[in-house]
Design a protein around this ligand. Structure first.
Ligand SMILES: *[C@@H]1O[C@H](CO)[C@@H](O)[C@H](O)[C@H]1NC(C)=O
Ligand SMILES: *[C@@H]1O[C@H](CO)[C@@H](O)[C@H](O)[C@H]1NC(C)=O
Length: 337
């Protein structure tokens, strides 16, 4: 087997030069190469891509599964996802983020109370049956601070009925009952993470970063402004008190938003005043195609987003040194500049 730079260094936290792509491809099984080749052809140009997207509804599920499933899905049951985690560890990737990808910010899918409860139960069960064994196995075999935390992503719009209405009217007293349902559902999952962090810390007291983290995903701008930021603050207050050594909850900030820098400064002040720690997942941004007032709210140029990202990261790292903010940098795609 050819070693890639990533696999020769098992410390997932260190800065590495990009792996040699030829060496990397040589380590992949034939089936995966075939799948990647297929995706490469399917995305060759917009004509190909649009044709294939158009055909999608007519392609039988087993065919789709054969071509792409294993590239995008960790597995269909706990055992398969844990095995996928082990394969990734061999490539030098120690962290894992689980996401039950159900979202409903348009409020168009009817998630009934029962299905929201099901999402909550399944998410908690994934924490116990995947994320926890995935990190414990590594804690037993590597230095405790060499392993990245395990993340569980919570999509606010999948954790309450009529999410658009509830998030949009989050501060309206008439929506208090639904607001509380959303907070309770997020809290139920994050509490499990919080308690596991405390228990693991007793067993591995030398650990500096959290073992597990509940990650509030971003929604579109209006829902973010009206509801999600406030939801995050409520969860930080409950699960990231300064009295606790590890944080258990992080929120997401999309740095392609023009006001994101000011926003974060404001959040930092609130955290200091109210005695909790901010957990930040900083992303460049994700809803560019569906954000309706994007000309006003999103930076006009990619370079502006990059500058904002660099500025915020610098500021956060300074604060990290001064105030102990916890940081996760999340980047989709490599930087182009
Ligand atoms: C979670 O949300 C659902 C749907 O809004 C609701 O029926 C349920 O009561 C909530 N759970 C809690 C613990 O509030
Ligand atoms: C709640 O939010 C919706 C948007 O989903 C909006 O149309 C509606 O007017 C709001 N309701 C109230 C009572 O403010």
């Amino acid at each position: 087997m050819v070693e890639t730079p990533a696999s020769s260094n098992t410390n997932g936290n260190s800065v590495m030069s990009p792996p040699n792509s030829i060496n990397f491809l040589q380590t992949l099984p034939k089936k995966e190469l075939f799948q990647l080749g297929f995706i490469g052809i399917a995305t060759l140009n917009s004509l190909f891509l649009n044709t294939i997207i158009g055909l999608f509804p007519y392609i039988p599920i087993p065919v789709i599964k054969f071509f792409v499933s294993s590239l995008y899905c960790g597995g269909e049951n706990f055992k398969e996802v844990i095995e996928c985690g082990e394969r990734l560890q061999k490539r030098g990737i120690s962290n894992m983020m689980l996401s039950l990808t159900i979202e409903n910010s348009e409020g168009t899918k009817s998630l009934t109370g029962a299905s929201v409860d099901h999402i909550v139960q399944e998410t908690i069960s994934s924490v116990h049956n995947i994320l926890l064994p995935n990190i414990i196995n590594q804690l037993e075999s590597k230095p405790v601070n060499d392993i990245a935390p395990g993340y569980i992503a919570l999509k606010p719009s999948a954790l309450v009925d009529n999410p658009h209405e509830v998030l949009y009217n989050f501060s309206n007293p008439a929506f208090k009952a639904q607001r509380d349902q959303l907070i309770d559902n997020c809290s139920k999952i994050t509490k499990v993470v919080f308690e596991l962090n405390q228990a693991l810390l007793e067993k591995y007291p030398g650990r500096k970063a959290p073992f597990l983290v509940s990650t509030i995903d971003a929604e579109k701008y209006d829902l973010q402004e009206n509801g999600v930021y406030e939801l995050q603050r409520i969860l930080f207050q409950k699960f990231n008190p300064v009295s606790s050594r590890l944080i258990s909850c992080i929120g997401t900030w999309q740095l392609y938003l023009r006001d994101s820098g000011d926003h974060l400064l404001h959040e930092l002040k609130l955290a200091q005043v109210n005695g909790y720690r901010l957990g930040l997942k900083l992303v460049r941004g994700a809803y560019i195609h569906s954000e309706k007032d994007r000309n006003q709210i999103i930076f006009g140029e990619k370079t502006d987003t990059d500058e904002n990202y660099d500025r915020v990261i610098t500021q956060v790292v300074n604060d990290l040194i001064i105030n102990g903010v916890r940081l996760l940098l999340w980047s989709l795609g490599r930087r182009l500049s």
